[in-house]
Design a protein around this ligand. Structure first.
Ligand SMILES: [Ca+2]
Length: 356
């Protein structure tokens, strides 16, 4: 447990002012992956999401409040490709409250025949998924794909990602209206599964946009090597959750937060104290990795342990010292790109996390 004590010490030192970043070894020595963390790209302001283009060597990165979109290459260089219009942040300075959120290039994007890139963002009145054209140089056009997602002061979800089935999965928050999460006629507090034109994907469990429900503020989506969908969401007063997502399942909010024993509600596979603010997830090999905003940590959760009911005891912090959000796996490598957040204008970084 020495490594967890080290994490605690870092946190005690780092909560008000970011402490020097440090990698810590996992507590589960027999199965632990060790990580090397290096600063990879600097000059960022609250990066929210990182999503690779099909070339596998460069990614689009959104900035939350500036609404800017950059292309980040594997040498760490970045190029501004445009700004998403109509983005409204209600409370500048607090990255929790909307702005430009997720990004997902079309899986067949080539910049010529297929230029489609999808974004999720808040406007003055709603949260929406939009499509823009990216020709490899700049963004143009703006088409609303799915509007009418309610926005509140907070809890906007925001992650979007194409699944192995080619459909777009959209994590929506309950916009501080908790009862919407249990309403299968509302698209808030859900994981949605939609086509590129915003229609319900074929085979959805309720015949509408909804794939799963009972979510509070989900910001993480990732698939494992077996094609299983996982999601992370931030809790209210007690518990952040890592959930294994099944179509049609009810993940409990607001009746349940974390584990509970209510018929028809699906329990999480791992949890954190809600003060961690567990944001995004990515899969490398047989483990899930989770970034935390207020926990200042990157966590590793062995997938087999999570499936077997021991996710909480098996999870371990592998890096600590920075407020973290944007997280994605690098295609073809045992590597993550991980964005810091809330360090002030131009002071965030994208970190390269190499997993051994
Ligand atoms: Ca839940």
């Amino acid at each position: 447990m020495a490594s967890l004590a080290a994490v605690a010490a870092l946190l005690a030192a780092g909560l008000s002012q970011p402490a020097p970043a440090a990698a810590v070894s996992s507590s589960a020595a027999a199965t632990a992956a060790s990580v090397d963390v290096t600063t990879f790209s600097q000059g960022w302001t609250n990066p929210w999401a990182i999503s690779f283009l099909p070339d596998g060597r460069s990614a689009l990165v959104t900035e939350n409040e500036t609404a800017r979109v950059y292309r980040l290459r594997d040498d760490g260089s970045k190029t501004l490709v445009g700004t998403v219009p109509k983005v409204v942040v209600f409370a500048p300075g607090d990255a929790a409250v909307g702005g430009l959120l997720g990004v997902a290039p079309s899986p067949t994007w080539d910049g010529v025949r297929d230029k489609s890139v999808f974004f999720m963002h808040t406007t003055a009145t709603e949260t929406r998924v939009v499509r823009m054209n990216y020709d490899g140089k700049s963004l143009s056009g703006y088409t609303v794909v799915l509007g009418g997602i309610r926005r509140g002061s907070n809890h906007h979800g925001g992650k979007i990602a194409f699944g192995p089935d080619g459909y777009l999965y959209v994590a929506t928050g309950e916009a501080t209206q908790a009862d919407l999460a249990q309403d299968v006629n509302s698209i808030n507090g859900k994981i949605l599964r939609i086509t590129k034109t915003g229609a319900p994907a074929p085979g959805n469990p309720f015949g509408n946009h909804i794939y799963s429900y009972g979510h509070r503020n989900p910001q993480g989506l990732a698939w494992d090597s077996k094609g299983r969908l996982w999601s992370a969401e931030i809790g209210q007063e007690a518990t952040d959750e890592l959930n294994l997502i099944q179509p049609g399942a009810n993940y409990g909010w607001p009746r349940c937060e974390g584990y509970c024993d209510v018929k028809g509600m699906t329990n999480p596979k791992a949890t954190w104290d809600h003060t961690a603010a567990t944001a995004q997830i990515a899969v490398v090999g047989d483990s899930l990795y989770a970034s935390t905003l207020r926990g200042f940590q990157l966590w590793r959760v062995p997938i087999d342990a999570a499936l077997g009911g021991t996710g909480d005891s098996a999870k371990a912090a592998v890096f600590a010292g920075r407020a973290l959000r944007a997280l994605t796996k690098v295609p073809g490598k045992n590597e993550l790109w991980l964005g810091t957040t809330r360090n002030g204008d131009g002071k965030d970084e994208i970190l390269r996390v190499t997993i051994h």
